[in-house]
Every structure is written in C-alpha cells, then in structure tokens.
Design a protein around this ligand. Structure first.
Ligand code: G6P
Length: 369
C-alpha cells in the first residue's frame, strides 16, 4: 500500500499533489493556446445543439455539483446561455420542465452515482441531449450519455474528491470557451487570453501546493474549532462550498460555505472569537467587496484565514493568517484557490488522527439512492 501511495501518507495527499499533472493531462491535446485552438471531439460533434440550446441544465451530486455551480457562472458569462444547476437527487423526484433540445450536462467522477444516472434517464425520456463529464472510462453515466468528455484524472482512491474536481473545472472551462467562441459571445481577444490563462494553470499549481507546510501549521492551530465558516464571492463562491464540504468530510468539524455578502442574513450571528472564517479572497472583480466582508468579520472578533493572490498586502494586514496562491484570471483562478481548501481539510483531519482516506459514513460512489 505504501508503494501505491507513492511515498505519501494517504491517497488523498497523493491525489492533491498529482494535480499539476492531472490538470495538464486533461488539457493536453485539447487546449492549444499558441495556435488559439480548442479540440474536444464531444463538443465539436454536438456544437449545433450546444449553440442552439435555449438552456443548459447541469446535474450532479457532491463535489461534482460544486464544479457545476462554477460552470454556471462561467458559461453564463462567456456564452450567454441560461444555466441551471440542480442536485440529481432533487431533479429525479420532481417534475422538472425540460424542453426538447435542452442540453443537460451531467458531471460525475465515478460515473456510477445512482441519483445522477436516474436523472439522466429521466431527462433523456423528455428529449434532452445528455453531455457527460465523467472520470471513469466506460462507466454507467459515460455510457448513458449521448456525448461527453472524460476528465482523465486517473483513478481517485481517496473518498474526498480532489484531483477529479480540478479536472472537472478544466473540462468545463474548455467547453465554455469553445461554446462562447463558436456562439460569438466571446470575442477573440478574451478567448485567446483565457486560453493562455487556462493552459498556464498546471504550471501554477505547484506554487499553491508549496503552501502545504504553512497550511499544516494552521491545521494544528485551528483543529479544535467546533465550527468553520467558508466565504467567497463570484467564481470563488463554489470554492467556499467545496472548502466547507472537504472539511466536514475529512475532519468531522461542522462547516458552512456561504456567499460572503449573504452571511449578514444569518451566519454572521455565529461569529465570535472562537469561529475561524476562511475567506477565498483572490484578486478579482469582487476584491473590494470581499475586503469589506473581512472587516465585518474582524469587527466581530472572528479569526480570518484568507486565501489571497501573492502580493496582496491589504488583506495580509487584516487577516489572522493568509495562504498565498499565484495570480490568474478570475475565471480560472478557482483551480488554484481550491488547492488550499483540500490541504487544510487534509491536515486538520490528520491532526485529529482521523482516517482521511476512508471517512466514516461516506462512500466513494453512492450507487444506491
Ligand atoms: C460521494 C463522494 C463525493 C462525490 C459524490 C458524487 O458523495 O464521496 O466525493 O463528490 O459522491 O460522486 P460522483 O462520482 O458522481 O462525482
């Protein structure tokens, strides 16, 4: 088993550290920034349906659902197609409105999640086109889809999804870029810029991973907290949700992810000197806004752990602790800002002496409803 883990203590840590190569593998042969091209057979073969879709519906569970939520923000920004994201378990039991020609993007690491699979069958019966984004080749969801793209992250053993998530984000970014370009809603200059930014992500991930030792120290500092709050805005809001989910799964500490501005409608009541609040506050178009949110937490004596872009002295002054990630365009930055979320959950779980690869009550793929 030690050999399988490649020298790491756990599969989860190995998989977190594999991300420079898994994201690279996911982009390879698909994104060519130098030539300004995207090659993705599943998208190209169905480009007319995608362009003409009145609506895109994304269905998934768990971490894959968080990838879907980020995709909603990116697809609406770049493609101007309305997107809805739904939990597969809700979708399958209600009476959703589906029009012929609606495109459904189903996201699943395992390709075996029962709720997602049944939701797909239901949507298919009503004339939707199913585009699957799946990690496990030949899995049930891959076979049930009309078209799709694999995430090529390799086998994920740790129950908490890490490298599959960043690969999902990479595939979804590729789809959004391609569709925006083909629809003409994304101009050539921004297309090329984003293509370059996406291609640069695998080279930037190691710098995020280099924070591991510092994050391990933070883990010991905060491991006895009873609750955590995770806040983000815009493209980093889904990363706040994912950060909270990772912590719950691995450390059994209660954590909530929230849109940073929405906290004043509830979670702010929890803030006192015992509450660590993780801000995903990389430099983006929401930066000034999130700085005021940090001030609101500090004014109530909360402990602020901020994930920031390198060189952000303003937040460094305000926060109790900072974790630094490289600069990137805000549309692709979540692929970097999620890395400290994974590491923080991992090291807190380890600090508490828990079995991070096999957390209690959870399964790698949930093949029953
Ligand atoms: C389980 C796993 C999660 C995963 C979710 C969806 O809850 O523990 O890590 O995100 O299922 O799985 P899928 O394979 O469909 O992405």
């Amino acid at each position: 088993a030690a050999i399988e883990k490649g020298g790491y203590d756990h599969f989860m840590l190995k998989e977190i550290f594999e991300q420079p190569s898994t994201v690279f593998d996911c982009l390879r042969g698909r994104v060519d920034a130098a030539n300004g091209t995207i090659t993705m057979a599943g998208v190209e073969a169905n480009i007319e349906q995608l362009k003409n879709a009145q609506r895109i519906l994304i269905i998934a569970c768990g971490t894959s659902w968080h990838a879907g939520l980020l995709a909603e923000y990116i697809i609406e920004e770049l493609c101007r197609t309305p997107v809805e994201v739904e939990y597969a378990s809700e979708f399958r039991y209600r009476n959703p409105v589906i029009h012929k020609g609606d495109v459904i993007i189903a996201i699943s690491q395992s390709g075996e999640t029962a709720d997602t699979l049944v939701a797909i069958e239901k949507a298919k019966e009503q004339g939707a086109i199913i585009f699957g984004i799946v990690n496990v080749v030949g899995s049930s969801i891959a076979r049930a889809s009309h078209a799709g793209a694999y995430t090529h992250a390799g086998p994920e053993i740790g129950v908490a999804s890490t490298k599959a998530f960043t690969a999902q984000l990479a595939v979804l970014a590729i789809i959004a870029l391609k569709l925006g370009y083909e629809k003409g809603t994304l101009d050539n200059k921004r297309f090329l810029h984003l293509l370059n930014e996406l291609e640069a992500i695998p080279e930037k991930i190691p710098a995020a991973l280099n924070q591991a030792e510092a994050i391990k120290q933070l883990a010991y500092k905060y491991k006895d907290a009873r609750d955590f709050l995770y806040l983000g805005r815009g493209y980093n809001f889904p990363i706040a949700l994912e950060g909270a989910l990772k912590l719950k799964e691995i450390s059994y500490i209660h954590a909530e992810g929230y849109p940073a501005a929405e906290m004043k409608h509830g979670p702010i009541a929890l803030v006192d000197e015992n509450l660590p609040v993780v801000f995903i506050a990389t430099r983006d178009s929401y930066h000034e806004k999130i700085i005021s949110n940090i001030q609101e937490i500090k004014a109530r004596k909360g402990k602020v752990i901020a994930v920031i872009t390198e060189g952000d002295d303003v937040i460094t002054q305000m926060a109790d602790d900072v974790i630094v990630v490289p600069a990137a365009d805000e549309l692709v930055a979540p692929m970097l800002s999620v890395i400290p979320m994974q590491l923080l959950a991992y090291y807190i779980g380890v600090a508490k002496g828990l079995d991070v690869d096999k957390p209690r009550n959870l399964a790698k793929s949930v093949t029953v409803e």
